[in-house]
Design a protein around this ligand. Structure first.
Ligand SMILES: Cc1cc2nc3c(=O)[nH]c(=O)nc-3n(C[C@H](O)[C@H](O)[C@H](O)COP(=O)(O)O)c2cc1C
Ligand SMILES: Nc1ncnc2c1ncn2[C@@H]1O[C@H](COP(=O)(O)OP(=O)(O)OP(=O)(O)O)[C@@H](O)[C@H]1O
Length: 306
């Protein structure tokens, strides 16, 4: 999938263009529905399906005091998820205060002028955008008839009677309700992070762990979790401890996700790995001795392996 950083770069596209517009934090089932409209329409007329998204998350610029500290998927993770849905290109529009003051119509005209053969824009039917929230589906349809593109408005996708939203998913993850998060995401809840060097004590414990520093992701509650690790595209069973390791560290220790990957002994430092959260096993605990901790970890590992 091609990634552009400027709407002007869309000029180089030489086929009919079908766009989905939005932030798409987490690329949940509601977002997937909107994106599917663009992907299917592009397939039908031999065109290209693209997503135009905004970075950073607009709420961080418009109302930083209300902005979630954590987002669901960093831009790299979002790009990977979109590629899996069959999106041909992603345009990441930098979201600044200046950009937020642009009239909705001006932004749409910009897209229409730069996308050459813009055929179609897909959004959710309640999507609002542009200066003073001046853009909505009704207006978008009107502009589409003037500028010669079609508008597809997806009805809200609901789970358990409520509209799926990234705010709801964040809350479910914070509550440790991984199955609800999974249902709304339409995939396993995943933390993507880079492996950093730890104190290497875990190696002495007999359970080498990769310290995964999350790329700006909402994390579930501390504790021991059954995981699946994805490393260079290969899938492994794994177990993880999320927390501050009270047995061996003081309370000021950094919150970390330590992952012990089963049947793996390669070097993971500096690698980006994906940890799929499958099941909560137990809360993190302060043990009286490292030996007690070691014994408990053996039991945790055995319960996940079996
Ligand atoms: C499956 C598993 C469970 C763990 N559970 C706890 C725990 O309950 N309490 C705790 O203090 N540390 C726990 N740890 C963290 C160990 O203390 C940690 O792996 C060790 O401190 C290694 O740190 P290092 O990566 O800096 O070498 C657990 C680790 C693993 C892999
Ligand atoms: N549950 C849903 N069902 C259908 N479409 C949705 C749903 N949630 C969001 N969309 C649409 O997906 C696109 C991207 O949404 P965007 O992330 O910009 O905003 P949002 O509606 O605030 O999403 P969220 O509340 O999940 O953060 C928009 O066109 C939006 O209307």
């Amino acid at each position: 999938m091609k990634v552009f950083h400027h709407i002007g770069e869309l000029r180089q596209l030489e086929k009919p263009v079908h766009l989905a517009l939005g932030v798409f934090d987490g690329v949940h089932v509601g977002h997937q529905e909107v994106i599917r409209h663009a992907v299917e329409a592009a397939k039908k007329d031999g065109g290209l399906a693209g997503v135009v998204t905004f970075e950073p998350h607009p709420i961080r610029v418009l109302a930083p005091e209300r902005a979630p500290r954590r987002i669901l998927a960093s831009i790299q993770h979002k790009a990977d998820l979109l590629a899996e849905l069959g999106v041909d290109f992603l345009c990441v529009q930098e979201f600044t205060l200046d950009f937020s003051r642009r009239e909705a119509r001006e932004f749409i005209e910009d897209l229409a002028q730069n996308s050459g053969q813009l055929r179609h824009i897909a959004v959710g039917e309640d999507w609002i955008f542009g200066k003073e929230r001046g853009g909505n589906v009704q207006r978008l349809k009107q502009w589409g008839s003037e500028l010669d593109f079609e508008v597809d408005a997806a009805p809200p996708v609901m789970v358990q009677g409520e509209r799926v939203s990234s705010t709801r998913i964040r809350q479910a993850i914070r509550d440790g309700n991984i199955s609800a998060a999974k249902e709304m995401l339409g995939r396993d809840y995943t933390v993507v992070g880079t492996v950093e060097k730890g104190k290497q004590l875990a190696r002495q414990l007999g359970f080498p762990t990769a310290n995964v520093v999350a790329h700006n992701e909402q994390l579930p509650p501390d504790g021991v979790w059954e995981l699946e690790a994805v490393i260079d595209g290969a899938h492994f069973k794994a177990i993880g401890n999320l927390g501050r390791r009270p047995t061996v560290e003081n309370e000021n220790a950094r919150r970390l996700l330590e992952v012990h990957v089963f049947d793996f002994n390669g070097d993971l430092y500096d690698k980006v790995i994906e940890a799929k959260f499958l099941k909560f096993i137990r809360p993190e605990k302060k043990f009286d001795s490292v030996d007690d901790l070691k014994m408990q970890i053996s039991k945790d590992v055995a319960s996940v392996r079996s």
